[in-house]
Design a protein around this ligand. Sequence first.
Ligand SMILES: [Ca+2]
Ligand SMILES: [Ca+2]
Ligand SMILES: [Ca+2]
Length: 405
Amino acid sequence: MRGHRIAVVAGAFVLLASLAPAAQASETFASETASGAGGVRFATYNTSLNRAEQGQLAAELATPDNAQASMIAEVLQRTRPDVVLLNEFDYDQSGAALDGFRDNYLARGQHDAAPIEYPYHYTAPVNTGVPSGHDLNNDGVIGGPDDAFGFGEFPGQYGMVVLSKYPIDTDAVRTFQQFRWQDMPGALLPDNPDTPEPADWYSPDALADLRLSSKSHWDVPIKLGKRTVHLLAAHPTPPSFDGPEDRNGKRNHDEIRFWADYVHPARGGYIYDDVGNRGGLPPGARFVIAGDLNADPLDGDSVDAAANQVLRAHRVIDPRPRSAGGPEASELQGGANETHRGDPGLDTADFSDEEPGNLRVDYVLPSLPLLPKRAGVFWPRAEDELARLTEASDHRLVWTDLLVT
Ligand SMILES: [Ca+2]
Ligand SMILES: [Ca+2]
Ligand SMILES: [Ca+2]
């Protein structure tokens, strides 16, 4: 145990030392003394803080005793993002779960890591668990998690939260929770293979209600001094858990396409938000696409390399965040990983090694003229004492330091 303790200190020291310049830089930027001299760390992290029942997460986070939440908080304290999107954090209208996470976990140093404070946050309702009133999975029965607007046992399961050290222009947030899938031109509406009619998996009545976003799509403007950066947050459905009609694969593709259209000066005209304002992002606006997109550009179950829609979207830069732990895990775990075409250094999720294997599915993609300085995936090698933190979630935190010019 003594040796283990030494390893704790050494691992923490190496990591903190490597992160110190970025932390200083963001302080510099915060004081607005040298715009462009530093960097702002944007991150995304699928925290797997989803629970089986409504209220359960809030109850667990009401005390500082939850081991998983401690690890998630420690990952944030070690990597110290300035702006971070959390996926799979159950939403509740009271905000009790988020309050508990901030007060009982982030505000307390975990394993000697420094506490971290986020004065600003944004969260909102999502489509998971919201009854659609339609038989979306065509099993002859209406109800249950598969017939909700997004897969979920209760409204808010697998929700999202944005935490920020910088002010959020809350009045200018746009949400696209209710945008209907069929209102996307050329939508990949799934087909029932047992009927001759095309694209008829969903009934016309269902399509009249069916929302594109399985959770929600949010445009959250972050105020960085005189600049505004639009954090584009989403969590498209996994392209699996369906049949030959591939309804989830097609939805995943179009949920990702939504952002590619939104940031394109000529393709966002069809988009409307939840208060009825039309159009995409103003041309030239700075943005960062963030989230677990449930799509790897080369491996896994995606439709038509769905991830490439954002990787190659208008003005997007791919900083290709890497880890040392990803290649090691791929090698050690084998299975599907052995036949992957993608570079395991870019992997962000440790999925089942039978199928689909470990994948790159979590993204932080900035736009020109933002300048990525450094990027990484928090996936320590097995020998690193901090490797214990990978037990908290099947996903890894992904970060990018940006010069906001
Ligand atoms: Ca059903
Ligand atoms: Ca058909
Ligand atoms: Ca795995």
